[in-house]
Design a protein around this ligand. Structure first.
Ligand SMILES: [Zn+2]
Length: 87
């Protein structure tokens, strides 16, 4: 995973539609959300709060497990319906 530099970088990655984005917002598991880059809920998202990017799902999951902890305990996959994400 690599840090996303700013809002323009985030929206360029979303427009490209490749890879995965992790939202490192402050708060509990409900704020620590892992998305596909295509996710429509990111359309108005900004940096900060800090976000991370990887083109590769396994790379992203390895990083999340190593640095953020357990899925559904410390972070979760976006489950918003009809968002072109994991839901
Ligand atoms: Zn999402």
């Amino acid at each position: 995973m690599e840090p996303i530099a700013n809002t323009e970088d985030l929206q360029a990655k979303r427009a490209a539609g490749e890879g995965y984005i992790y939202n490192d917002d402050q708060g509990g598991v409900e704020m620590h959300v892992f998305h596909r880059a295509t996710c429509t809920t990111l359309a108005l998202a900004k940096v900060p709060p800090r976000k991370w990017f990887s083109l590769d799902l396994q790379d992203a999951l390895n990083w999340l497990h190593a640095y953020r902890g357990q899925e559904d305990v410390n972070w979760h996959r976006c489950d918003t319906q009809n968002s072109q994400c994991f839901g």
